[in-house]
Design a protein around this ligand. Structure first.
Ligand code: APR
Ligand code: ZN
Length: 241
């Protein structure tokens, strides 16, 4: 931990990359590993563009679970530590998470590369709505519909869809221009997001990884590996700054 504290103190620019493990201590299930959503749902059948086109009802079983978990969740100590890190060189958070918890904790520059559950979008006319306005319907298992009568869907990136170009370009820039990259609670298996930490490393950054278990990054990319919970390890780190 001392070496990581030193690395933070010496860094001019820090970038943070987060995955679902960063939200687990707020009560939101991850996709893989212990209690992973993909143990109960087949992502190709409930979280892909083709699945939504063929059967929105099936996808809305997953969306409802994710929306209700996210709207019930609160940020935890790990999220608040990232807000503190903004006083020590943290310039941006690139998140795969769709729960909005980083912003709710107070983080300023958050790039939601997989979108957000806070908005619903119409696949026909692209009109966007606040999810909050449909919570009662979702609770009653009624699929929210657009004024043009199409079924709405969360404004998230489904399997088979492209990530928002502008956010991805900004993410590549943020990882390639930092001295220190934190990769927190991600299994690092879904592309192109999973390539961001190696891009940081290649550009000369040191990489700190926090995870409950090793990932494909641990032995090849990470300079430091803290085995543990994001919500416990990060506050220990910021307490030393
Ligand atoms: N602290 C740290 N790490 C944790 C914690 C915790 N409290 N709890 C779980 N983890 C770790 C797990 O060990 C696992 O490596 O977080 C990781 C979660 O991995 P995934 O569920 O695969 O989440 P993520 O990497 O964000 O998935 C990427 O896959 O399904 C798609 O679009 C979805 O954005 C998601 C993408
Ligand atoms: Zn519409």
């Amino acid at each position: 931990m001392d070496e990581i504290v030193e690395a933070v103190k010496n860094a001019d620019k820090i970038t943070v990359f987060t995955g679902a493990g960063t939200s687990v201590e707020s009560g939101i299930a991850p996709f893989r590993g212990e209690d992973g959503l993909w143990d109960d749902f087949d992502p190709q059948k409930v979280a892909s563009a083709s699945a939504f086109a063929d059967g929105p009802e099936r996808c809305w079983k997953l969306f409802k679970l994710q929306i209700e978990e996210s709207f019930d969740a609160e940020p935890h100590e790990g999220h608040y530590s990232l807000v503190e890190l903004e006083d020590h060189g943290l310039k941006s958070i690139i998140t795969q998470n769709i729960d909005g918890l980083h912003q709710r904790a107070g983080s300023k520059n958050v790039l939601e590369i997989h979108g957000s559950l806070n908005k619903l979008i119409c696949p026909s006319c692209q009109k966007k709505y606040d999810t909050r306005d449909f919570l009662d319907e979702i609770k009653d298992d009624r699929i929210p519909t657009c004024k043009c009568d199409s079924f709405l869907r969360p404004n998230v990136v489904l399997f088979g869809e492209k990530l928002p170009r502008n956010l991805l370009d900004r993410s590549w820039h943020e990882v390639r221009s930092c001295d220190l990259l934190f990769t927190l609670g991600t299994s690092a298996v879904v592309q192109p997001a999973a390539s961001l930490p190696s891009a940081a490393k290649k550009a000369g950054a040191e990489v700190v990884e926090i995870n409950l278990e090793k990932t494909p990054l641990t032995d090849k990319i990470s300079d430091y590996f803290l085995k543990g919970k994001v919500g416990e390890e990060l506050p220990k780190l910021t307490a030393c700054l």
